[in-house]
Design a protein around this ligand. Structure first.
Ligand code: ADP
Ligand code: MG
Length: 430
């Protein structure tokens, strides 16, 4: 087959960057994105499919002669979209439900790591209906901070770091009562607090062979200096200086290899993108969590650094031929600043006119996240609106190029962090 018609599932900044990268491939036939955004529309057609209706997706694939489905976000993976499409002989890139459990259940992930001696924080698991047991356990331990985590998918809202017993009691009550957590918090993981700096490593695996694509550090909190509420992600930079080549070797040998072989041994061969969230502690790297897909906004700094044809790489993965491939990077630094609507992650307005999108310099790319198009104008349509990604020979240059381009874009109530990448700069300079 020369050209592949592709259906990309998702509609955020991550999916725009994937569509942008796929658009550079000679192998790309027609690209459909569901639901997509005005950014993905530049590379193909956006289609309004309900990703929870698996049958609609397989009907669309048959009708449009789609030859490959690429799944961006975690929810359809954890819900088993891969398994459903595979049963219908539709080639798909993304882990099966049983492998996506690495993200879908923190309890599964922690116990998996214990079974395979993969370094992670000490933990215990409790049933939501026995929170007294959890409290007793924490009281006996009596070391703070302590981390409480809802077992299931919680969109970044299921983790609580508590500094004392009162806070633990308050959080336990909240977790029990909050209806948005009721599914995710059937089980509760109580975890030792790890001191250190976080970073993530992104891996592509065909179930047997895996390659590290690249690494990054993201910024989850809304405010400068990592303050305020958690968000979906306010920015990222890549590579992360905290990941020295020595630590990366350790991550590969002690974490990635055993994860891929462990999943094989448990007959849940991991196929797709594996996101390994790490804490670099005094005692070496430890896993904070696994995700079963690219991060958003980390994907937006990683894919522009990748010299390989992404579609070629993904096809090789679907055909279990990753052993024939190696990863090529362009050795540039990249920084991504997320422009958000004022009020996010709380309430915010939509429909603000965005200007300045055409003024981008050569050293920067703009990815759309929460935008919409009306009569040729681009409007805000979400909390996280746009991603500005700048590159440079040094991290400092990448950050400067990014912010110079951020300043060209305007909409009412535009808010962004001013310190994306600062932690990395500090580490390089010290
Ligand atoms: N054991 C831990 N020690 C210190 N910080 C933690 C620990 N576990 C989680 N965190 C912090 O909480 C954040 C969210 O936790 P994570 O396990 O990644 O859950 P999710 O991304 O599903 O919300 C992490 O990025 C990290 O900053
Ligand atoms: Mg996380």
């Amino acid at each position: 087959m020369d050209k592949y018609n592709v259906l990309l599932i998702g509609g955020g900044g991550r999916e725009h960057s994937i569509a942008w990268k796929l658009g550079q491939s000679d192998k790309l036939g027609k690209l459909y994105t569901a639901p997509g955004n005005p950014g993905t529309a530049q590379f193909g057609e956006n289609v309004s499919l309900d990703v929870q209706k698996f049958e609609d997706i397989s009907d669309f694939v048959k009708e449009k002669k789609v030859e490959l489905v690429i799944i961006g976000p975690e929810a359809p993976l954890v819900a088993g979209l891969t398994d459903y499409l595979e049963e219908k002989d539709i080639p798909v890139f993304g882990p099966q439900k049983s492998a996506a459990m690495l993200e879908g259940s923190k309890e599964f992930a922690k116990e998996f790591m214990t079974r395979h001696n993969i370094p992670t924080a000490d933990f215990a698991v409790f049933d939501t209906y026995d929170f007294d047991d959890a409290l007793k356990f924490i009281q006996t331990k009596d070391t703070y901070p302590i981390v409480l985590k809802a077992d299931g998918l919680a969109g970044g809202k299921g983790v609580f770091i508590c500094d004392n017993e009162d806070e633990v009691k308050e959080r336990l009550l909240y977790i029990k009562k909050d209806s948005t957590l009721s599914e995710a918090a059937q089980r509760l993981v109580v975890e030792e607090f790890l001191e250190g700096e976080e970073a993530s490593v992104f891996v592509i695996s065909d179930g047997h062979t895996s390659h590290i694509i690249h690494n990054a550090q993201d910024h989850k909190r809304i405010g400068d200096g990592d303050t305020g509420l958690n968000t979906g992600g306010m920015g990222a930079y890549s590579p992360a200086p905290v990941l020295s080549s020595e630590i990366l070797e350790q991550v590969k040998d002690e974490i990635i290899e055993p994860t891929i072989t462990g999943m094989q041994l448990e007959e849940k061969a991991y196929f797709g993108i594996l996101y390994v969230g790490l804490m670099i502690t005094e005692n070496g790297p430890k896993v904070v969590e696994y995700n079963c897909r690219f991060g958003d906004p980390e994907c937006q700094v990683i894919l522009p650094s990748l010299e390989n044809d992404l579609l070629d790489l993904i096809i090789a993965a679907t055909e279990q031929r990753l052993d024939e491939k190696s990863i090529q990077l362009d050795n540039q630094y990249r920084c991504c600043v997320v422009l958000t609507s004022e009020g996010y992650p709380g309430k915010y307005d939509k429909g603000k006119n965005i200007t300045g999108l055409d003024n981008t310099a050569e050293n920067a790319i703009i990815f759309h996240a929460g935008t919409s198009e009306k009569d040729g104008n681009i409007l805000t349509n979400g909390g996280r609106v746009l991603n500005v990604v700048g590159s440079g020979n040094t991290l400092k240059e990448a950050i400067d190029h990014t912010y110079a381009n951020v300043e060209k874009i305007h909409f009412d109530g535009c808010y962004y962090r001013k310190d994306i990448g600062a932690k990395g700069l500090k580490r390089i300079q010290s």
